[in-house]
Design a protein around this ligand. Structure first.
Ligand code: GAP
Length: 490
């Protein structure tokens, strides 16, 4: 448990994440990942892919960060991808209108347009949160970063505001290459860019951030996901429905106003957060967005939210977006290229899209927020496969062959997992250093090792220690890291 400043300072000191361009005073909304943060990020991406691409006909693709103007005009982002901006007439500072209102009323104002916001602000007599000055009329502010393509600056483009559009443009090509089968899943992981009006809350609101997005193209008339749904229909999830008060534990069957394909994927999203990210159940919920709150392309939208102490409560980490045929139809109209396909029975349809969209930076912050522990010892509980290192190896002392032996153990281990070798300081200090960065297992090579080829294996959460033969070490660790085996059991 930590407040934001404390956690940010820990993240900086230990090598996880910190504001970018800091030596020049920084620029709000940009963060760097240090040597440990980069490892968590790589692990998170790897595990995300393993989890969500575990279906036939689901694949990764990669597309550029810069998109031509006409792509984002067709997608609706040029005209509709905006937030409401309010400027102070006195100090000139800019604010997101909904944030100014939310800070005062404590209620979400994300759904308001600029006119609603103007009357609400006037009614409440709201003034600049920085200087108390008079605020100008709210106005729409498009959040995309414009770029000039080529030397003459004639061709306009944008840094992509979401990774999804590159995937939609490739739908038809991949459909043909993958032998014309639906459902087809195309995922991508990469940077997205939004010129946020007033980035705040650390990595929670960035101007450059990373998204992991899976677009599932399917025929809405088919029963492709019904069998999957049957296997999860009794699952109970903590859900906050739009326009209802409080979280309810609901079975999938109870939410029969939602299509089965949607409910099945709600469970998949939940499983990722609960089972893979190990977010405790009381800190996890699926919140439905009302029609006023939803993005212009969505028909059904639930966010996965995590209750994060460092950010003051429930925060969005990912979204499940039923985008219908909106995007493919828009690109078909604007490009003149066919996006429709033949399905069983010979009918031609424009496939529908279900999007599973994750903000990677927010997911990583959630790991830190939920996992950070202080007290008798400082440590971070990170799901073992996502931790920067899975194991650290120490020689008890640097003499009598222990140094060389421990180095051999380490060299062997690092072929299998991310391992670290630390030969300096007392064993207590070395344990403490690994606890602080979330390394789940520490291995000590001591005098007994030289006699009987066993080592001491210590687990981070319990600090329990067991003796393990070197010949079994890798296999034991594999079982513990994947949680297939409980620590210390035969
Ligand atoms: N393709 C759909 C899409 O982009 P979104 O809800 O705008 O939907 C998806 O964004 C996810 O990206 C969010 O759930 C969030 O985790 C992350 N995200 C959005 N804006 C962000 C920002 N400014 N900084 C960090 N992460 C952000």
């Amino acid at each position: 448990m930590a407040d934001k400043d404390e956690l940010e300072s820990v993240c900086k000191r230990r090598g996880f994440v910190w504001p970018s361009s800091e030596i020049y005073g920084g620029e709000a909304g940009f963060y760097d990942y240090g040597h440990l943060g980069a490892r968590i990020r790589d692990n998170w991406e790897h595990i995300w892919k393993d989890f969500f691409l575990d279906m036939d006909n689901y694949h990764m693709i990669y597309t550029p960060n810069i998109l031509p103007y006409r792509v984002l005009k067709a997608s609706g982002h040029v005209d509709q991808f905006s937030d409401v901006l309010v400027r102070c007439k006195k100090c000139g500072n800019s604010h997101r209108g909904d944030h100014v209102l939310e800070d005062i009323t404590g209620e979400s104002a994300e759904w308001m347009d600029k006119d609603e916001m103007a009357s609400c602000m006037a009614e409440k007599g709201i003034r600049c949160p920085d200087c108390g000055g008079e605020l100008d009329q709210p106005m729409d502010f498009n959040m995309m970063f414009g770029v000039d393509i080529g030397p003459t600056g004639e061709r306009k483009g944008f840094l992509r505001p979401e990774t999804a559009q590159g995937t939609y443009m490739n739908f038809h090509r991949e459909f043909i290459a993958l032998r014309r089968k639906l459902p087809m899943g195309l995922a991508t992981i990469g940077s997205a860019f939004r010129n946020e009006i007033s980035p705040r809350q650390g990595v929670y609101r960035l101007r450059e951030f990373r998204q992991a997005e899976l677009q599932i193209f399917f025929n809405p008339q088919s029963d492709d996901f019904d069998e999957h749904y049957e296997s999860v229909k009794d699952r109970i999830l903590p859900v906050l429905r739009a326009n209802s008060e409080g979280i309810r534990e609901m079975t999938m069957e109870e939410m029969d106003d939602l299509p089965k394909f949607y409910r099945y994927h709600m469970v998949r999203m939940y499983q990722f957060f609960a089972d893979v990210m190990e977010i405790p159940r009381d800190k996890l919920r699926l919140r439905e967005l009302s029609p006023e709150e939803r993005a212009f392309y969505n028909r059904i939208h639930f966010d996965v939210e995590v209750d994060m102490e460092s950010l003051g409560g429930w925060k969005e980490l990912a979204g499940l977006h039923y985008r219908g045929d909106y995007d493919l139809t828009q690109h078909q109209k604007a490009s003149g290229q066919k996006m429709s396909v033949s399905v069983e029975g010979g009918e031609r349809i424009v496939p529908h899209v279900l999007e599973l969209s994750f903000g990677e930076d927010r997911n990583i912050w959630a790991l830190m927020d939920v996992g950070y522990r202080t007290g008798e010892r400082d440590w971070i509980s990170i799901p073992y496969p996502m931790a920067p290192y899975q194991a650290a190896v120490f020689p008890l002392v640097r003499k009598d062959g222990l140094l060389e032996k421990s180095r051999k153990v380490y060299e062997d281990l690092k072929r299998d997992m991310n391992a670290f070798w630390d030969k300096s300081g007392s064993i207590g200090k070395r344990y403490a250093r690994q606890d602080e960065i979330g390394t789940p297992f520490c291995i000590t090579v001591d005098y007994d090792t030289m006699e009987d080829d066993t080592v001491t294996l210590r687990e981070i959460s319990s600090t329990e220690q067991i003796r393990v033969p070197l010949s079994d070490l890798k296999q034991e660790l594999r079982g513990y890291v994947k949680r297939e085996k409980r620590f210390g059991t035969a």
